[in-house]
Design a protein around this ligand. Structure first.
Ligand code: HEC
Length: 227
């Protein structure tokens, strides 16, 4: 082994040492602390626990609903549903004249899930809104694998469209439109919301469902109270 080889070996060793040293130093300098909180804080109107205080009543949104825009939104549904009169059932049932009809009934013998069948009642604007906010929350175990429409106005538009297809139920009276946060606002039991008409549609966005218009929640609430 000659001197040259030794010198090369020496440099290689030195380089390794330097690299190791750097990585240790780097580790010390750049060591990252895990953040104490993950995600960003969301100043939610959920502190009361019970409920979407800021959720805009669907009746209010329906007052300004646009059937033509609803037809656009319905494209999301068209993968699974037809809505023309006498249309075929696909992955989901034909939806002609569904509002006003029994939940999970008729529809040419469509095989509804027990989850939806067990809901009972008729489709109205409120339960339709709850269903379309989050099918999974409305009827846990439903076969409708659709995430839901978080945006309240989109939801109102598509509901108005569905209503126009064979149902034509009278639109619900919008509760005091324009009255910003009146003292007795029904949807705001805790008095903690400050809805102005401008930001209402944003408030409706969280896809976490709308407990305030979930009939099941009411029933559950009633059971709690009864205890
Ligand atoms: C991936 C397929 C799929 C998509 C997308 C979908 N649905 Fe459904 N839908 C279903 C299925 C399946 C059922 C039956 C659910 C059950 O039995 O649990 C259903 C049921 C329904 C019902 C109940 C009908 C009745 O007679 O009780 C309504 C209303 C409805 N869907 C509306 C919509 C709307 C509006 C959209 C779009 C915003 C939509 N669905 C998107 C598959 C879908």
């Amino acid at each position: 082994m000659d001197n040259r080889t030794n010198t090369i070996a020496g440099w290689v060793l030195a380089a390794c040492g330097a690299a190791l040293g750097l990585s240790i130093a780097g580790g010390m300098v750049f060591h990252s602390e895990a953040p104490e909180k993950f995600g960003f804080p969301i100043e939610a109107a959920e502190e009361g626990g019970d409920a979407g205080a800021a959720e805009v009543p669907i009746a209010t949104l329906l007052a300004t609903a646009d059937v033509a825009k609803g037809a656009e939104v319905f494209k999301k549904c068209a993968a699974c549903h037809t809505i023309n009169q006498g249309g075929a059932n696909g992955i989901g049932p034909n939806l002609y004249a569904t509002l006003g009809e029994g939940v999970a009934e008729g529809k040419g013998g469509f095989a509804f899930s027990d989850a939806l069948k067990s809901k009972g009642g008729k489709w109205d604007f409120d339960n339709m809104s709850a269903w379309l906010t989050s099918p999974r929350k409305f009827a846990p175990g439903t076969k409708m694998t659709f995430a839901g429409i978080g945006n309240g106005q989109d939801r109102a538009n598509v509901i108005a469209y569905i209503n126009s297809m064979g149902s034509d139920l009278p639109m619900p009276a919008a509760p005091a439109a324009g009255a910003a946060a009146p003292a007795g606002a029904p949807a705001d039991p805790g008095g903690k919301a400050e809805p102005t008409t401008e930001d209402l549609s944003n408030k409706a966005a969280p896809a976490t469902g709308a407990p305030s218009i979930d009939p099941a929640a009411k029933v559950r609430g009633a059971k709690e109270d009864a205890k």
